[in-house]
Design a binder for this molecule. Structure first.
Ligand SMILES: Nc1ncnc2c1ncn2[C@@H]1O[C@H](COP(=O)(O)OP(=O)(O)OP(=O)(O)O)[C@@H](O)[C@H]1O
Ligand SMILES: [Mg+2]
Length: 430
């Protein structure tokens, strides 16, 4: 298997900037909140190439669904079932695969058979389909031991080679990481032209769905702050990963899954690459511009140089998304509000942070205070120059302290609210 380091350093003049249904078509001017940067990007050859290729890329990754369940039947050619095998016995959260580091296990111990995958998804039954993304189709499945999993089946496409690199990147990275706020990797399958990844099933939808309020999902301010901290912790972990800092590259609200208790789990390491070894001064340079429009670090777009600070930029966009509830790009709004980070930062620097607050949230003194501080942090994360952006670790620390102050202020808000209502009740009694 090609390591993601070597694959990421290969020079392939294609772009990974994608536009799935929750994304708008790529426009470099959307990737920064500074008009000057946008106009510079408008003349940048990276942008021109990225934009022209993005269309083809999007088209190639969004063909109509074919009913593959018809031509992919369980067959003996997929090898003996492994239900009684040692590997099957060890797999799953209750079976000890995470009791030791996954790094210590042979990669084979995480391999699934095609039969297991077919069984778990009832031959990729449309009834088990839970999503569709750039990588392919996502199914909910159940393993023999009852473990619920998400099964990501890569699309077969003309860009198979490219996809192979992406697939291997996802596998290599996922196999290494283990953190409460990162989606767990259970295994994978390579069979012929099938590429399947099996990961932890996270039951409560994406952060984007919650911000959109779909299916009655709602998020109060405290939960949004908790989620921001969870994500900061997850990304800090990736960036500080022993020996191999990992850059996520595609931090966005649809890649943040929520548990029933609204804890965040960051997913999708298909774009993850091993970061440059900062000690040696090496810089990661790749001509594959990847990520999602609206979240892309303008400096990365301009220079191809990928650092952890590109994730910090995307995290800044995410912070704005959390407090405003808006998507990074809102094409239907009037021009000055279309690029949400640009609009929110302008409001904030004009001293009008309050008007950026998600209208679904009721303004309290605690929220007012926290909102200002979160936007201040977002402003730093969105700095055009990466040197000016804080580290992800610093973001976590700042958010932690914002949450502490928010909780104290909310307790005060609550006390004054209840003493007010007591007072008005006693006035009524008199
Ligand atoms: N581990 C999981 N647990 C539960 N649902 C999941 C899981 N992974 C993905 N999904 C669902 O499948 C959908 C598609 O996921 P996928 O990652 O393929 O696409 P995406 O995040 O929308 O876009 P991208 O390809 O850029 O990541 C998600 O929006 C989510 O609803
Ligand atoms: Mg995703």
């Amino acid at each position: 298997m090609t390591s993601s380091t070597s694959s990421s350093r290969s020079r392939n003049p294609s772009s990974g900037i994608r536009s799935t249904p929750d994304r708008s078509a790529f426009s470099p001017s959307f990737s920064s909140y500074t008009a000057s940067t946008a106009s510079r990007l408008g003349r940048n050859p990276v942008k021109v190439a990225a934009r022209s290729i993005a269309g083809a890329f999007v088209a190639c990754f969004t063909p109509p669904e074919t009913d593959d369940s018809n031509n992919l039947k369980v067959s003996n050619e997929f090898g003996a079932p492994s239900a009684d095998s040692e590997t099957s016995r060890m797999r799953g959260p209750n079976r000890g695969i995470y009791s030791n580091s996954t790094k210590e296990r042979a990669p084979g111990s995480m391999k699934f058979t095609m039969e297991e995958i077919f069984k778990a998804t009832r031959n990729f039954s449309p009834a088990f389909k839970i999503g569709q993304g750039g990588f392919g189709t996502v199914y909910k499945g159940k393993l023999d031991d009852g473990t619920l999993v998400a099964i990501k089946r890569a699309k077969k496409s003309v860009y198979d080679k490219h996809l192979g690199v992406e697939f291997q990147s996802e596998v290599t990275t996922l196999a290494q990481v283990e953190h409460l706020n990162l989606v767990r990797f259970y295994g994978y399958l390579e069979h012929g032209d099938e590429r399947v990844v099996v990961v932890e099933y996270v039951p409560n939808g994406t952060l984007r769905e919650h911000l959109d309020g779909v299916n009655g999902k709602e998020l109060d301010f405290a939960s949004r702050l908790d989620i921001a901290i969870d994500v900061a912790h997850a990304i800090t972990y990736l960036h500080m990963y022993t020996d191999h800092p990992i850059i996520h590259r595609d931090i966005k609200s649809s890649n943040i899954l929520l548990t029933e208790k609204l804890r965040a789990k960051v997913t999708d390491f298909g774009f993850a690459r091993l970061a440059a070894d900062t000690d040696s001064g090496a810089t990661h340079v790749s001509t594959q511009v990847k990520g999602t429009a609206g979240y892309l670090d303008p400096e990365y777009l301009r220079t191809y140089q990928l650092t952890e600070k590109s994730d910090v930029y995307s995290f800044g966009v995410l912070l704005v998304e959390l407090v405003t509830g808006r998507r990074p790009i809102e094409p239907k709004r009037e021009i000055k509000e279309r690029i949400t980070p640009k609009w929110a930062m302008k409001k904030f620097t004009d001293g009008d942070a309050i008007s950026t607050l998600d209208p679904r949230l009721e303004l309290t003194a605690g929220i007012n205070l926290a909102l200002e501080k979160i936007l201040e942090l977002a402003l730093q994360c969105l700095a055009p120059r990466r040197q000016s952006r804080p580290s992800m670790r610093r973001c976590g620390e700042v958010l932690w302290s914002i949450r502490k102050d928010f909780r104290e202020q909310s307790a005060l808000d609550f006390r004054s609210l209840s003493s007010n209502s007591q007072r008005s009740a006693s006035v009524k009694e008199q």
